[in-house]
Design a protein around this ligand. Sequence first.
Ligand SMILES: [Zn+2]
Length: 302
Amino acid sequence: MNEAIREVLAEAGLPPLPEPLARPVVDAHTHLDTVADIAHLDPEISLAAAREVGVSHIAQIGCDVEGSEFAENLARTHANVIAAVAIHPNDAARMGRTKIGPALKRIDELAGAGDHVRAIGETGIDHFGTADEEGQALQREVFAAHIAMAHEHGLALAIHMRDARNGGQTDGPTQGRQAHDDVVDILNSEGWPERVIMHCYSGDADLARTCLEHGAYLSFSGTITFNSAAPQRDALAIAPDDRILVETDAPFLTPVPRRGKRNGPYLLAHTVRFVAQQRGWGEAQACQQLADNAFAAYGGAW
Ligand SMILES: [Zn+2]
């Protein structure tokens, strides 16, 4: 099995398997459909490669109707996968007002499909991909609608936020109103669901404090390993043990030492080891804590 996976990864031009982790962990946010599209890796191979290194469980996240249907189906047919369903803010803005209504109706149906659908996401605000005011206004409405769905179905809420100027991946000067201002304002007015996951956390320690006060989880992607991610490492440093998640957001945001290559859930091992080192945790302790946190964030073990 291991040899076959190594060969497939090499043929696809993907990084090699890292050393297996000391204990199983959860990739708290990934897109196996996009990995298949962009990195040409079949979802079954992605799951098998992940298992080889100890990434035993996966949260598959939808960004549009098709992707949310894929997530629901993958989770229904794989016991180690759960689904999140939503229309991504940039997709919402692109769809426009006439198409968004039926799309949200379908997301609401998928949200009630069963215990394998555990979250509404990814949803939020993206000023990087949507610059026009009309598109941003629609993003705010769609985000509010998704928050209402999370409340109604008792699901977690997986949040995407990206600022116009710095891309949300690193620190840097930003101008005007930032995406996270909108995110926090809308959550304050609609009410924070019991379980909120700040996906690919890109803020600093101040924003982290606001999120943590409301009981949110901070989910760190491969970007936490980048030199430029000092503000995010400050956020990681102040987070309580039980509020920290790790994710790949595959096929994007590949961690050092594989930065620049395509990402897969199996590369989460690098991020786990980096976070363990930052927190002063042993590897087994890190895996246990991070797995417990992911199960709690998504409403219990699966
Ligand atoms: Zn994502």
